[in-house]
Write a protein that binds this ligand. Sequence first.
Ligand SMILES: N[C@@H](CCC(=O)N[C@@H](CS)C(=O)NCC(=O)O)C(=O)O
Length: 291
Amino acid sequence: MAALSIGYQIHINFNTPNVPPSRTKFSSFSCAKHTLKWHHKLHIGICALPAISVMAFGSSTEVLPPALDSSSQPPAIFDGTPKLYISYSCPYAQRTWIARNCKGLQEQIKLVPIDLKNRPEWYKEKVYPTNKVPSLEHNNEVKGESMDLIRYIDSNFEGPSLFPDDPSKREFAEELFTYFDSFYKAVISSLKEDRVNDAIAAFDSIETALSKFVDGSFFLGTFSLVDIAYGPFIERLQPFLLEVKNYDITTGRTKLAAWIKEMNQIEAYTVTKRDPKEHLENYKRRFSSSL
Ligand SMILES: N[C@@H](CCC(=O)N[C@@H](CS)C(=O)NCC(=O)O)C(=O)O
């Protein structure tokens, strides 16, 4: 019963990716599966006794709650239950949601989705004065900023580590965290100003970054916070650039193609994905004047 004694849960996900938030079975299994490569002890525990582990926990279902709007009552704020305030469509919030799922924290951290178009006033007044998502209520404090939050969730909650110990990987991770803003700005400004070469160079940099470590298809070889940082944005940019600019970001970029494929094997991520058509419509609306 090693898997039980160390407290990891295995959930089985029966959903297909891209379903909009509704009744969704949840899972940390796929992420844990990748994690097994990094955590030998866990590997032994879970792989030796998969049937027992699954039986012990059963298959859990996370019913994704409806988004709260201006007519909704607030949840019990500061009642001791950690809460992750998100919007289902926000890529920054999605980062934190993925991190929470990857750690297997579906039962410890309650998701509180907010309707950003019709925000409840109590969110700004009582929860997070900047009025943005994501934010995390934990230990009687509310923190924000997705990059800070994914690190915080990784360091302050139980579950498999999402950041490697290897100093060279950690150093590269910091570079990639810093690079994210330039990457996203280059792509977004290319949409607004038709500076397509900037976007091409940005995706080439991603391809080069993905070539650095050869022990897996992820940015640091194995899955980490870096993949979580980039995933939600590449999820949105890929269908948009394909449809609107007829530009396939994976053409000639085998590493990026492999990364996308691997990401789509991670259920802790795929349960957070939205329909690409929804991304397309959002981006079209956002950039309608430049298209
Ligand atoms: N830098 C923030 C950005 C968060 C952000 O811009 N969230 C958007 C939704 S995707 C938001 O809350 N917008 C509401 C607003 O700006 O009023 C982070 O990384 O968490």
